[in-house]
Ligand binder design. Structure first.
Ligand SMILES: [Zn+2]
Length: 431
């Protein structure tokens, strides 16, 4: 929707408009309830409450591999990684030749499903990796409103997923036409291919490349690569929020107060010694000033932290906004929760817990609504970034512009405040 002066309407105007123009109809994403059954860990199995795999439904016709028309698993043995583990440079390219060592494709059970496979086996790994990637693409193609081409390399038609590549060591890669996974701590009992945060993150890189385009060379390359690290984490975060088991576990763990270290804000958890750690956390207070050295050190993961942190804050505030609209908490509690975000605040936690106890399903449903709002905004902002190019500030501005178009600026203040806190500027120009 065009805005006459090229600026965002003030809140009073926004309110009035909200009554005049009904929000555009949004379709909630749902997994295909008639799809093939798989077992996956919808949170890393190191996360409390997710030690056992859960059922997932995958749409379409799934053949041995598993495989379908767009992607397939090859369980390669003793495979050299496609990239140099030290510097990430490509060494060779998919498809993995049939003449090289590999296990046979995993067939479905007689009824066409894959949930009979036993956790801890290579067959289970193959199916779990396929299911995780499939879920990530299904979810995001819903919000983007289109099917993506998963492979653009000539001579290759389907995305190749290699679940267990010992020689990668501690890591996972994606690249043109492939995703391949190593192991947390190089421990073969902790395969990254069964860690949905990791697989969905790699799918995120592919999605961002398709939607925004290839990273440019030169001055902007570092911004884009750093953005894509935060973006791929957000792709994973949105993906896992579509599993009821995850939403319910987050709610049970936090009693409705999401501004905290919890299974959502911890991305890619794995076991280390007797405790567990996460690859990254989205709940942190990093600012652009605090990560400025990361640019010189060429550390894109660290440089991405303020962007990821701001996005997580926005999602949480959207959720609290839904809580307020449903009358589940009052505006004052939401405001105090935002201000106390960075600190432990037991009083606010208790207030949330008391409200949560009255209507836990309403809290969970508010998180689902916020997830959808946030995903639609991100999808539109990324589409626009193809035209504007990527700096953190441009993407932040595209997020604000997407909100203006999709929600009449309902979250404008939240978005500006969250980015400002991280020293990322938001400028709204004529859409
Ligand atoms: Zn990455």
């Amino acid at each position: 929707m065009p805005v006459s002066a090229g600026t965002e309407p003030r809140s009073g105007l926004t309110l009035k408009r909200r009554h005049l123009i009904p929000p555009p109809p949004r379709k909630r994403f749902r997994f295909d309830e008639h799809g093939a059954r798989f077992l996956i860990y919808p949170q890393p199995m190191a996360a409390r409450g997710f030690e056992m795999p859960r059922l997932a439904r995958i749409s379409g016709t799934i053949g041995p591999g598993p495989s379908d028309r767009r992607m397939y698993v090859v369980d390669a043995l003793r495979k050299d990684p496609y990239r140099d583990p030290d510097n990430g440079d490509p060494i060779w390219f998919p498809p993995y030749p049939k003449s090289m060592p590999h296990n046979d494709p995993v067939p479905p059970a007689a009824d066409g499903h894959f949930d009979h496979l036993e956790p801890g086996t290579r067959e289970f790994s193959a199916a779990a990796a396929f299911a995780a990637a499939h879920c990530a693409f299904e979810v995001w193609e819903h919000y983007l409103g289109r099917r993506l081409r998963l492979v653009t390399r000539r001579g290759q038609h389907r995305l190749e997923i290699v679940p267990r590549v010992t020689k990668i060591g501690d890591g996972a890669w994606s690249g043109e036409g492939f995703i391949e996974c190593g192991f947390a701590n190089q421990n073969q009992r902790q395969p990254y291919c069964e860690n949905i945060d990791v697989v969905a993150h790699e799918c995120g890189h592919i999605i961002l490349k398709r939607v925004i385009g290839r990273p440019p060379k030169g001055r902007r390359e570092f911004d884009r690569r750093s953005h894509d690290e935060a973006g791929a984490d957000l792709v994973a975060l949105i993906c896992v929020l579509h599993f009821d088991s995850v939403v319910n576990a987050v709610m049970a763990q936090t009693r409705g107060k999401l501004y905290s270290l919890n299974i959502l804000s911890q991305i890619g958890e794995y076991r280390q010694g007797s405790g567990h750690r996460a690859i990254r956390t989205a709940f942190q207070g990093r600012t652009m000033a605090s990560v400025s050295r990361a640019r010189r050190a060429d550390n894109k993961h660290l440089y991405a932290q303020p962007l990821l942190g701001a996005a997580f804050d926005i999602l949480v505030e959207m959720y609290e906004d839904h809580l307020v609209r449903r009358g589940l908490i009052d505006r004052d509690l939401a405001r105090r929760s935002t201000r106390a975000a960075a600190k432990r605040h037991s009083g606010i936690r208790r207030e949330f817990a008391a409200r949560y106890a009255l209507n836990p399903d309403g809290f969970a449903d508010s998180l689902r609504d916020a997830t959808a709002d946030f995903a639609y905004i991100l999808a539109l902002a990324w589409r626009k970034s193809r035209r504007t190019g990527v700096t953190f500030s441009r993407v932040a501005s595209n997020i604000a512009a997407a909100d203006l178009r999709l929600n009449q600026g309902r979250y404008g203040q939240t978005i500006r405040r969250a980015f400002k806190k991280r020293q990322i500027g938001v400028r709204l120009s004529r859409p």
